[in-house]
Design a protein. Structure first.
Length: 282
């Protein structure tokens, strides 16, 4: 029987060894379930990130931990493992070149539409979809059509933070005071130093769990899809499959925005590159 009582005095990082067979099992599981490819050079990263999880569960080996992952029918521990092994890094108005392109070339089209639908795939803790919502409200004001912004991620921890919409003050450094006053509520007392997005911003955004390596469960058809700095975890076959399925969810004439650091062919699955890290469905 597994010991699930924490015993930090018995477990130290230096005592925990990850054997190659167990590492291979972790590699296979992450790839099969999520399309995430960890090369052999990532073994030490896996060790460093999972060691704390073993201590939290009071486990003495990675063999015990993988037995726990396999025996958890609700996949709760698998979800926790994904949270630990993936980097949920994001920020407000990340990659501003994309917003500049949107304003110059896409905004006139959006202004004339009866509705706007946008998908932020791999949204992490929510800064990206909230940034998109604020940008649309700022640029279109009272003429903003009915708008739906979907944020999805595989991390339950990140999605919980996204739904709350509460962030530390330093996340907004560099943004104008007028912007903060328009879109944020400032915390007071014990919440001093924290901000929450106003209800009118949050009303444009909804969040849900979604594994990009599995069939999309009726997410809808979108005018714009952001999937930035997500495909860096995938090998080329997984990336190609994902690009095809993302293209299927995009309206003709719609736009796809990958991360600037991600390599995507100039013409892929009916999407043609029209600008660095900007594609349009033909």
């Amino acid at each position: 029987m597994l010991n699930t009582t924490a015993a930090p005095d018995l477990i130290r990082s230096s005592d925990i060894r990850l054997s190659m067979p167990v590492f291979k099992e972790i590699q296979s599981l992450m790839y099969a379930r999520f399309g995430i490819a960890f090369g052999d050079q990532k073994k030490e990263l896996v060790v460093s990130r999972l060691a704390d999880r073993l201590r939290q569960r009071g486990l003495r080996s990675y063999e015990e931990y993988m037995h726990l992952v396999r025996s958890d029918k609700d996949d709760g521990e698998l979800s926790a493992m994904v949270d630990v092994l993936t980097t949920n890094h994001t920020s407000l108005y990340r990659e501003p070149e994309h917003f500049e392109y949107l304003e110059r070339f896409v905004l006139p089209q959006l202004r004339e539409q009866p509705s706007i639908s946008i998908w932020s795939a791999g949204c992490s803790s929510g800064e990206e979809p909230y940034s998109i919502a604020c940008w649309l409200m700022e640029k279109l004001g009272p003429t903003l059509p009915k708008t739906t912004i979907l944020g999805t991620d595989i991390s339950g921890r990140a999605l919980k933070a996204a739904r709350q919409g509460v962030y530390a003050e330093d996340r907004f450094s560099g943004l104008q005071t007028a912007w903060r006053k328009r879109f944020l509520l400032r915390g007071e007392g014990q919440r001093a130093g924290w901000y929450r997005f106003k209800p009118q911003v949050q009303s444009l955004v909804r969040f849900r769990y979604l594994n990009l390596n599995e069939p999309f469960p009726q997410v809808g058809i979108f005018d714009i899809i952001f999937c930035r700095n997500v495909m860096i975890y995938f090998d080329q076959p997984t990336r190609d499959r994902l690009l095809g399925r993302l293209a299927d969810q995009l309206r003709p004439g719609g736009y796809f925005f990958p991360g600037h650091a991600e390599s995507v062919a100039p013409d892929v699955n009916g999407m043609k590159r029209v600008h660095p890290a900007v594609f349009r469905k033909t």
